[in-house]
Design a protein around this ligand. Structure first.
Ligand code: 293
Ligand code: CA
Length: 160
């Protein structure tokens, strides 16, 4: 009957409101837990997590170590993500390599998945491929990027 449908609808509406309220509480709880657990070695930016364990490696090692944990070498897609990496650099006083390189084609820097660079933050006069052997990208404490030899050892920063 009309009356039956109406009360059923009311019950569902109440349930949705309750679930919305519970979801808000859950989201706040997760955000708080993330903040606590990631301090001082990690940061969240939107859905992305950047994290370090303080260890270092050359580009190949850094890439492999990140994959082993189910992550990737940090690869900022925008200035907010780059700032998060910059904060980790500042805290650890060590530069990382990004998941960006021009190993395949000199002068064409790409993300590890082959994606073209939509965002970049090169220092002035970089990338310069100094001595013809700089295919990887390090991040300075300024947040600016410099191409550097992939054989150097740098702070490993993971992204998830
Ligand atoms: C050259 C010129 C420097 C620059 C350096 C880096 C190395 O030595 O100004 O800082 O290359 O690009 O990666
Ligand atoms: Ca350079």
């Amino acid at each position: 009957t009309q009356l039956c449908y109406h009360s059923e609808l009311d019950r569902l509406k109440t349930q949705v409101r309750e679930l919305e309220a519970q979801l808000k509480v859950l989201q706040a709880t997760v955000r708080k837990a993330q903040k606590v657990l990631l301090f001082p070695n990690g940061m969240t930016v939107g859905e992305k997590i950047f994290k370090t364990e303080g260890s270092e490696g050359n580009f190949e090692t850094s890439k492999a170590v990140c994959s082993q944990t189910g992550g990737l070498l940090a690869s900022p897609r925008n200035s907010a993500e780059n700032s998060a990496i910059q904060q980790i650099v500042a805290r650890h006083k060590k530069m990382p390599f990004l998941g960006i390189n021009d190993i395949q084609t000199e002068g064409i820097f790409k993300h590890l998945n082959g994606e073209a660079l939509g965002y970049s933050n090169w220092a002035s006069n970089e990338p310069n491929n100094s001595e013809g052997k700089e295919d990887c990208v390090e991040v300075h404490s300024s947040g600016k990027w410099n191409d550097r030899s992939c054989a150097e050892k740098r702070l490993i920063i993971y992204e998830y």
